[in-house]
Design a binder for this molecule. Structure first.
Ligand SMILES: NC(=O)c1ccc[n+]([C@@H]2O[C@H](COP(=O)([O-])OP(=O)(O)OC[C@H]3O[C@@H](n4cnc5c(N)ncnc54)[C@H](O)[C@@H]3O)[C@@H](O)[C@H]2O)c1
Length: 366
């Protein structure tokens, strides 16, 4: 079956065998929606990569604009183009089946989050990787943000004393038209898997593994099958406690995209924090990176002194893609691989069960 759209340039493509070897990483994009287009924009800032094909069963507009062959099917693209690597940016439910095809073909992938929409799917992916290891980087791009690297150093250096509490806020109002796309309203989506998966991943990254979860979720604001609002309580292995409070249907200034300039299209509230870490000796607010500590007297009647810490800002998507080039070439291990990302899915899975069954749940790892 030839499922390539007939783009004039695709007919001029001499095919993989006769092509001169490019020093650049030849990348196929799978999924040409909002995030796929953003990845193509990022690729233009990373000269080590070259877009060589786009797969999307419903549109060839991006392939046409970028003058690369368009395909409607991943398998056909892998066979015809033999890319060095792929970016998997299709709807959540397709992440695992698409990654399995890439693993079978031995093609490294940057796989968008969530790594899987269920623990069972994450297990299938892990088993395939155990049988045939292929480099996969999961697209939790915030981990590449220098502000997160700095926060991790601050926590590890003991500036908070014993890390004891973590509060993550992700609260925004997505436009109703965002939900015109069906998969975003259906199981496999929802604010937990699309958005709070980022907060969950960051809290695991900063505070360690989660051993117990309680949660409430609600769908009353949008009325879809999936939740639009959720509160998740976490107990970490260290004994620290955390909470994630999120919604995609409220008017609020607290949320990563609004408080930090990762995605230019969002209006910003730079003075508002969305991640608050507190320990026995100090507290840190992010993304501002303000450290609060007592002076000589350390109790609730005494003043806390605020210190503005610094970091070198950089675009996490660009840093992620540069890192992926090295991952795909086998030079470094992924900063966040499938096993790590599956632990985040285990926490989300526990939160969903906790909300449904009205009880606390221990995450089961894949
Ligand atoms: N890292 C981030 O911050 C971030 C931000 C947004 C979205 N995402 C993730 O990126 C993915 C895509 O999200 P989006 O908002 O761009 O969705 P979207 O619906 O805008 O785009 C998905 C695209 O995949 C295409 N598609 C459908 N079936 C396909 C198939 N079988 N093969 C190839 N393509 C297929 C659709 O036609 C569509 O063009 C999701 O998994 C989402 O969670 C990540």
């Amino acid at each position: 079956m030839n499922s390539a759209h007939c783009h004039p340039d695709s007919q001029r493509n001499p095919g993989p065998d006769s092509m001169p070897r490019s020093p650049r990483l030849r990348v196929g994009l799978i999924g040409a929606g909002v995030m796929g287009r953003q990845h193509v924009g990022t690729m233009k800032q990373v000269p080590e990569v070259e877009l060589v094909a786009v797969v999307d069963p419903f549109t060839s507009a991006l392939a046409d604009a970028e003058r690369v062959p368009a395909f409607t099917d991943t398998g056909a693209m892998l066979e015809a183009v033999r890319p060095d690597a792929v970016l998997i940016v299709n709807p959540n439910e397709l992440h695992v089946p698409t990654a399995l095809e890439c693993i079978a073909a031995g093609v490294p992938a940057l796989l968008e989050k969530p790594v899987a929409t269920s623990l069972e799917d994450a297990r299938v992916l892990l088993e395939a990787l155990r049988a045939k290891p292929v480099p996969i980087l999961v697209g939790h791009h915030r981990r590449h943000n220098p502000v997160i690297a700095r926060a991790k150093e601050i926590v590890a250096a003991g500036l908070l004393g014993r890390p004891s509490l973590a509060t993550a806020l992700w609260q925004t109002k997505k436009p109703d038209a965002y939900y015109d796309i069906a998969w975003r309203r259906e199981p496999g989506a929802g604010v937990m898997l699309i958005n709070l998966v980022h907060e969950t991943d960051l809290l695991r990254h900063l505070y360690g593994e989660v051993v117990e979860v309680q949660a409430f979720s609600a769908n009353a604001l949008r009325g879809f099958a999936v939740e639009d609002t959720a509160t998740i309580s976490l107990r970490f292995e260290s004994g620290a406690l955390g909470s994630i409070v999120g919604s995609d249907a409220v008017a609020s200034p607290w949320g990563w995209e609004k408080n930090l300039n990762e995605v230019p299209k969002f209006a910003k509230e730079y003075d508002q924090p969305c991640l608050l870490l507190a320990g026995t000796e100090g507290a840190l607010s992010l993304p501002q990176l303000k450290l609060w500590r007592y002076g000589e007297r350390a109790d609730w009647e005494a003043p806390l002194f605020q210190q503005q810490l610094g970091y070198q800002a950089d675009d996490p998507q660009v840093l992620q893609l540069r890192h992926f080039v090295r991952v795909a070439r086998g030079e470094v291990a992924p900063l966040i691989g499938v096993e790590d990302a599956a632990r985040t899915i285990a926490v989300i899975d526990a939160a969903r069960r906790a909300a449904r069954e009205r009880r606390s749940v221990a995450p089961v790892h894949a």
